[in-house]
Design a binder for this molecule. Structure first.
Ligand code: C2E
Ligand code: CA
Ligand code: CA
Ligand code: CA
Length: 279
């Protein structure tokens, strides 16, 4: 009926309006957050599956805002990418990581590497390498303790320039990972052109590894082929011991996921590390 139609419309309209208000608030608050450097890093350990040792941590950004509450990176990173605000945010993240790396070193964990997620928008900036080098110099930090995670999508774009940047990052001393592998369209033979150290198998493959034989076959094939191409493999989103056992049998090098730990703030990470063997 007409009545229903109108209700539906007004309901839709209100929803739209709320979304719009949130978007406006998001824009205002994100700019304030950049000004006040209001972002935090949480860290998730990566475990060597054979030695049962932590080799590094992935830094994941967290933003808690007084108006909007906790805003997940899944919400604000895409918006920041659309607006270009990802570049100042990315620089803040890198600076925080340099500061916190120094804290980890003071606590005795000097071989631990920190992985940083780099957005394709930032990566494709013309002065991307300069911006990274400037931050390392500012904090008197070497690239040796950092790993850079780029997604398949990032390396699929503008090939020559991409290779040049990745080679330069390697020369600077960064370790390089391809993130979310399996979700894009790149093949392993395509990736071999890039100087990559690690391949991270996307959580969507790991999720069904215990119950679905075909997923297991795909993961197995990715691991074996990555090894042939001289890359080490990290499984992400690992939540159970069954998954770990399967992955270990397949020769997966490193495990990351809730089974070991959710991403945690630096002070908790240091407590967590104390419970683990470390070399
Ligand atoms: P990602 O780089 O693939 O990060 C892995 C995501 O999976 C993280 O979500 C992590 O908390 C979550 N995760 C880890 N282990 C498990 C598990 O066992 N089970 C489940 N269900 N989830 C797990 P988060 O922190 O919400 O980040 C989401 C995405 O946002 C990231 O995906 C990345 O694309 C982006 N992101 C996060 N931090 C940053 C950052 O500092 N810079 C940039 N450019 N992007 C970031
Ligand atoms: Ca990542
Ligand atoms: Ca990932
Ligand atoms: Ca992901």
């Amino acid at each position: 009926s007409k009545q229903n139609g109108r209700n539906r419309f007004s309901f839709y309209f209100e929803e739209l309006n709320t979304d719009n208000e949130r978007l406006i608030a998001l824009d205002t608050e994100i700019r304030k957050a950049i000004e006040h450097r209001d972002f935090e890093l949480y860290y998730q350990p990566k475990v060597d599956s054979k030695k049962n040792k932590i080799i590094g941590v992935e830094a994941l950004v967290r933003w808690k805002n007084e108006k909007l509450g906790f805003v997940s990176p899944g919400e604000f990173i895409p918006y920041a990418e659309e607006t270009g605000l990802i570049i100042p945010i990315s620089e803040i993240i890198l600076e925080k990581a340099c500061e916190e790396l120094a804290v980890l070193r003071m606590a005795g964990y000097s071989n631990l590497t920190i992985s940083i997620n780099i957005s394709s928008i930032h990566f494709q900036q013309q002065n991307f390498l300069e911006s990274i080098q400037r931050i390392l110099e500012k904090y008197n930090t070497s690239a040796q303790n950092f790993e850079i995670e780029v997604t398949e999508r990032t390396v699929m774009n503008s090939e020559e320039e991409t290779i040049r940047k990745l080679v330069r990052l390697k020369q600077l001393g960064f370790k390089l990972s391809i993130d979310d592998f399996g979700t894009g369209y790149s093949s392993l033979s395509y990736l071999v052109r890039f100087p990559l150290d690690y391949l991270k198998i996307d959580r969507s493959f790991i999720h069904h590894i215990v119950t679905l034989d075909d997923k297991q076959a795909v993961v197995d094939a990715i691991i074996q082929m990555a090894h042939r191409l001289k890359m080490e493999v990290i499984a992400e989103g690992v939540e159970s011991i069954q998954q770990i056992n399967i992955l270990r049998d397949m020769g997966c090098d490193y495990i990351q996921g809730y089974f070991y730990s959710k991403p945690i703030p630096l002070d908790e990470l240091i407590e967590f590390l104390q419970l683990w063997e470390y070399e």
